[in-house]
Design a protein around this ligand. Structure first.
Ligand code: EPS
Length: 417
């Protein structure tokens, strides 16, 4: 990995930490830029009371000076305001005997990491597992992703998302997605681009809340302006589709990832799946292609469709990257499911802590962050550079070579056989 990141922190611990290594020196950054995505992650109809307590904001710890990265590891701290209410339960030092037992979580929630975690890590209190398994960790991932997004932004890449289904209600987004995508989707409380579906989704969330239930859904992430040639076909672990899918699947509660047509591609014949290649830009759909625009990321070539979702052979095609991510319903149910009490061995109802009815609108923001991290990693792999200026030289040289190749191809066409 060329852009490495890691996170630390428990949901009700003192703070979350994000560590990002591999950013070039000279990248302009600000806390405001990162905080904007942290704020977006906290929004969405169906979130629980915790989001009213927190005001997620970063404090720089390392790697940034005078508004620019230094090329050294960047460390960010996000304090948990709720820590003040959990200092006794989550205290770092050993308790006085018996103190913690009163608060033990012994009724594991089906669907959460509680049971598998206590067995694997040999813990008696499922809190030792659930605190880190909580999707609160995604706050730190979004902070790391915001820096990756900052780098991509320098190269004209825009990463956005919208919700395509929630609680079984499918949204019907417009055929041409708005640009910039997030300006439109962030205006909706459930991040849908379908004003007709929104009230029905909100009704389902209200009904689920009433019933003590939870809801899942799907989001679509779209990255525009990605240059052709990121990732590689030469080795399994360099294929960008695999890298993206692995990272997206690591988001808590995500159960499936699709690229382009996704599963639907398996049901169609090849002629209805693969995207025909056109010799350049034909804005009207007719006539001779014009010259590629300076800095054309697609090297002149065009696709009639984008069923591949911007990836062929594990390499970006220059078409928009289109990824869909499916999330199961949150496993903390206010009407709890049957479980076994680990203290008595008897049947019981699962632990029900305060939680969200749904976090699908937040999933879009998290999936954007993860996509940005994977794309920034692939950009650094191809264009490297210790400084942003060096990376830009490498990038510009590559795009210029693509343009020259296209010009030579077109010159051949004009000369004739
Ligand atoms: C979350 C914070 C958590 C939950 C949610 C995500 O806060 P608390 O546990 O204090 O209510 O709202 O966590 C889960 C969905 C989970 O399964 O643990 C957050 O900041 O995103």
């Amino acid at each position: 990995m060329h852009l490495r990141f890691s996170t630390a922190g428990e949901s009700h611990g003192k703070a979350l930490v994000a560590l990002v290594e591999g950013l070039p020196a000279g990248l302009p950054v600000s806390a405001e830029w990162v905080d904007r995505d942290l704020f977006r992650r906290m929004q969405g109809y169906g979130r629980g009371a915790r989001m009213k307590i927190e005001r997620d904001r970063i404090e720089w710890l390392a790697g940034v000076r005078a508004g620019e990265t230094l090329g050294s590891p960047v460390a960010m701290l996000i304090p948990n305001r709720d820590w003040a209410n959990w200092e006794d339960v989550m205290a770092h030092e050993a308790p006085t005997p018996g103190e913690l037992r009163r608060r033990r979580v012994t009724r594991p929630r089906p669907g959460h990491a509680d049971l598998a975690g206590v067995l694997k890590y040999d813990r008696v209190d499922a809190r030792d597992i659930l605190e880190r398994a909580s999707a609160r960790e995604t706050t730190a991932r979004v902070a790391a992703g915001a820096l990756a997004r900052r780098l991509l932004d320098e190269f004209g890449v825009e990463v956005g998302s919208h919700v395509v289904s929630l609680g079984g209600v499918r949204a019907a987004p417009p055929a041409e997605l708005p640009v910039p995508l997030n300006d439109a989707s962030d205006r909706s409380e459930v991040r849908v681009l379908d004003p007709a579906a929104e009230p029905e989704i909100i009704r389902r969330i209200d009904a689920a809340k009433q019933a003590g239930d939870t809801l899942g859904g799907e989001v679509e992430v779209v990255a525009r302006g990605v240059v052709v040639g990121l990732g590689s076909h030469v080795a399994w672990d360099r294929k960008l589709d695999g890298r993206l899918a692995g990272m997206l699947m690591s988001i808590p509660a995500v159960k499936a990832v699709e690229i382009g047509l996704g599963i639907e591609a398996a049901r169609r014949p090849g002629s209805a799946v693969h995207d025909p290649i056109d010799p350049g830009e034909t804005p009207s759909g007719r006539g001779e292609p014009g010259p590629p625009k300076p800095g054309d990321r697609r090297a002149g070539f065009r696709r009639r469709t984008n069923n591949a979702g911007g990836l062929e052979g594990g390499i970006t095609t220059g078409e928009p990257l289109v990824l869909r991510v499916a999330m199961k319903p949150i496993s903390t149910l206010m009407s709890p499911l049957p479980t076994v009490d680990l203290a008595s061995g008897r049947p019981a109802n699962a632990q029900s802590e305060r939680s969200d009815v749904t976090a699908v609108p937040a999933l879009g923001v998290i999936a954007e962050a993860v996509t940005a991290l994977a794309l920034a990693d692939a950009m650094l792999e191809k264009f490297g550079g210790d400084s942003l200026a060096e990376m830009r030289r490498n990038y510009d040289g590559y795009v210029a070579a693509l343009g020259a190749r296209w010009a030579a191809l077109r010159a051949g066409v004009e000369e004739g056989p």
